[in-house]
Design a protein around this ligand. Structure first.
Ligand code: GDP
Ligand code: MG
Length: 179
């Protein structure tokens, strides 16, 4: 059956978290199944507001995800509230090998809470799972931090692709009205 784009439900998904945690790499891995430095497929977000659309086929319907990457948003923090507004899902990314990015989680969760209250599904993503020997945050700590903020916890590697599909599948299943 063909899809009428007019009938697709659209949902805004925002990525937050410190610089260099892998937000852009996660989006790129999901969209193109590629990793790092490969700009030839045309995904090179600029500073500011930028999103890319991906259609997701669920069992009972098709939805369109607007993935909002936050290039430079880490430095222009005053823009963050505008960016979170109207979003259905927020994904906070930290680097499993960088404790400082883990300690920033309350800041990002606070921004989401202030802008959206409880009216949003939140995911906490510990990325760079492939760098197991450099791990600075345990899975248990990540899990506990997620619970503290009412978020679902997923550990991923944008480099190997580990758990990237699972992350977006869980995101899709958390959309309003999906069962
Ligand atoms: P952003 O600033 O949060 O968008 O982070 P980027 O996606 O630009 O990634 C920052 C750096 O981390 C880049 O050098 C990436 O190649 C690297 N990186 C991102 N994800 C992973 C990962 O899963 N594993 C490893 N080893 N490196 C990663
Ligand atoms: Mg980026």
């Amino acid at each position: 059956a063909s899809i009428n784009p007019q009938n697709l439900q659209r949902f805004k998904v925002v990525f937050l978290g410190d610089q260099a945690t892998g937000k852009t790499s996660i989006v790129q891995r999901f969209l193109n199944n590629t990793f790092a430095g490969d700009q030839e497929n045309g995904y090179a977000p600029t500073v500011g507001i930028d999103f890319i659309t991906k259609t997701i086929f669920l069992e009972d319907r098709t939805v369109r995800l607007q993935l909002w990457d936050t290039a430079g948003m880490e430095r222009f923090r005053a823009l963050v509230p505008t960016y979170i507004r109207d979003s259905s899902i927020a994904i906070v990314v930290f680097d499993l090998t960088d404790r400082r990015s883990f300690l920033s989680i309350p800041h990002w969760m606070g921004e989401i809470e202030r802008e959206r209250g409880g009216d949003i599904a939140t995911f906490l993503v510990g990325n760079k799972l492939d760098l197991e020997s450099a791990r600075a945050v345990s899975e248990e700590e990540g899990q506990q931090e997620a619970e503290k903020h009412g978020a679902s916890y997923v550990e991923t590697s944008a480099k190997t692709g580990a758990n990237i599909k699972a992350l977006f599948r869980n995101v899709s299943l958390s959309l309003p009205g999906v069962h």
